[in-house]
Ligand binder design. Structure first.
Ligand code: GLU
Length: 383
């Protein structure tokens, strides 16, 4: 789907939709899960399914539900307590979904993931097969992070990020992020009364990220910035995102018929392959390579590989095949890729011509530090 013909009207032509539902949507003001909201969402999502759409839910709310069951008034701070609350709450969360969807004869399934499950290509493909088989059975998957076992190194961080990675995993056509505010405003709506809702974002640039970073929300885990980051990941994959208020009755139907609700983030014109998206976003970068202006332009404008001659310096310790960030002379990250050489090898060959690699190392695996097939550009053309 390209930007030229994507309008709100064309959203009804999508098929597979990832719907992320935030804790702020699912809980009531007094804390705890709000069964009325579950009923409304189950009605709407079942209707989408009956009308030929393929919804996949990414749901938060486990920790919030666990807090209520454990009688906690404040979110636990230490990891084991958070994990215990998530374990207690996840079953309550699923119970609410089960009984709400049962009213519409719609079956659901629980899928709990950690970042590790998706960063291994084989497990990633296994998870994709499971989700597509569930869809073949007519079942709606409800995905959450496996909080009870996820410690920092294997965490997605937040469910907005998980929803973007799920969009890539299932090859969805649309990402909807339901939260507790109406969308992205041009100023912080919690602080400024005259802040205006932005209807369409054509390109997620530094300015949009800055506006999102300044927006606060009392309940949502990541605030607006993680939603914009998720929309950016989906956009690079060629998928539009709508961030909208999940507390408004009938919101999903309104989005699908093209009403002007929430904020629509348009996708990039070309759809990145699933494997490249996985390189760019699912893998956690292990280090950073600073390249010169010439190398940055060759990569961004001409789709070239990264050669040793363009490397100025590196940060971090990484091995062959690891993912790294590429930064240009302005210190902004502009690409990511999988390296053919380890950090210690690159330290030795940086700045050299390809013909000099063997003389320096005593061997040569490849001419390129990162081959263009393993390189993903994150920003548009460079002048
Ligand atoms: N996985 C967490 C939960 O279910 C929520 C994380 C998030 O909302 O970003 O409580």
């Amino acid at each position: 789907m390209t930007q030229e013909y994507l309008t709100r009207d064309t959203l009804k032509d999508v098929k597979s939709i990832v719907i992320k539902i935030g804790s702020g949507v699912l809980t009531s003001d007094e804390g705890g899960l709000n069964s009325k909201v579950f009923k409304g969402l189950a009605r709407e999502i079942s209707l989408l399914k009956k009308n030929g759409y393929d919804p996949i839910i990414v749901s938060s709310g486990a920790i919030a539900a666990g807090m209520q069951k454990l009688g906690l008034t404040e979110k636990p701070k230490n990891i084991p307590q958070k994990q215990a609350a998530a374990a207690v709450g996840q079953s309550a969360l699923m119970w609410n979904y089960e009984r709400s969807f049962a009213e519409y004869n719609q079956k659901v399934a629980q899928v709990l993931l950690t970042h590790d499950d998706l960063s291994n290509r084989q497990r990633y493909l296994n998870a994709r097969n499971t989700l597509s088989t569930l869809s073949d059975y007519g079942i709606i998957p409800i995905i959450n992070e496996n909080d009870s076992v996820a410690v920092e190194e294997i965490k997605f961080g937040d469910n907005d990020n998980l929803s973007a990675l799920t969009t890539n995993l299932v090859g969805a056509d649309l990402l909807i992020i339901l939260t507790d505010i109406n969308g992205l405003y041009d100023d912080d709506p919690c602080q400024k009364e005259d802040a205006r809702l932005i209807s369409v974002v054509k390109e997620i640039n530094h300015e949009i990220e800055k506006i999102a970073g300044d927006t606060t929300s009392p309940i949502s885990v990541g605030g607006m910035i993680t939603k914009v980051q998720a929309a950016k990941k989906a956009a690079i994959f060629g998928v539009p995102t709508i961030v909208a208020n999940g507390k408004l009755d009938g919101i999903l139907g309104k989005i699908i018929i093209g009403e002007d609700v929430g904020t629509l983030f348009l996708p990039k014109e070309t759809r990145m392959t699933s494997r490249k998206h996985w390189i760019a976003f699912t893998l956690k970068p292990k280090g950073e390579i600073l390249v010169d202006d010439g190398a940055q332009k060759a990569i961004v404008n001409k789709g070239k590989s990264l050669l040793p001659s363009g490397v100025l310096s590196i940060k971090g310790k990484f091995g062959t095949g690891d993912s790294v960030n590429l930064v240009g002379p302005d210190r902004f990250e502009f690409a990511r890729g999988l390296v053919n050489y380890s950090s210690s090898e690159i330290t030795k060959i940086k700045g050299l011509k390809t013909g000099e690699i063997e003389g320096k190392l005593g061997y040569k695996y490849f001419d390129e530090i990162i081959h263009r097939d393993d390189l993903v550009v994150l920003e548009s053309r460079k002048s």
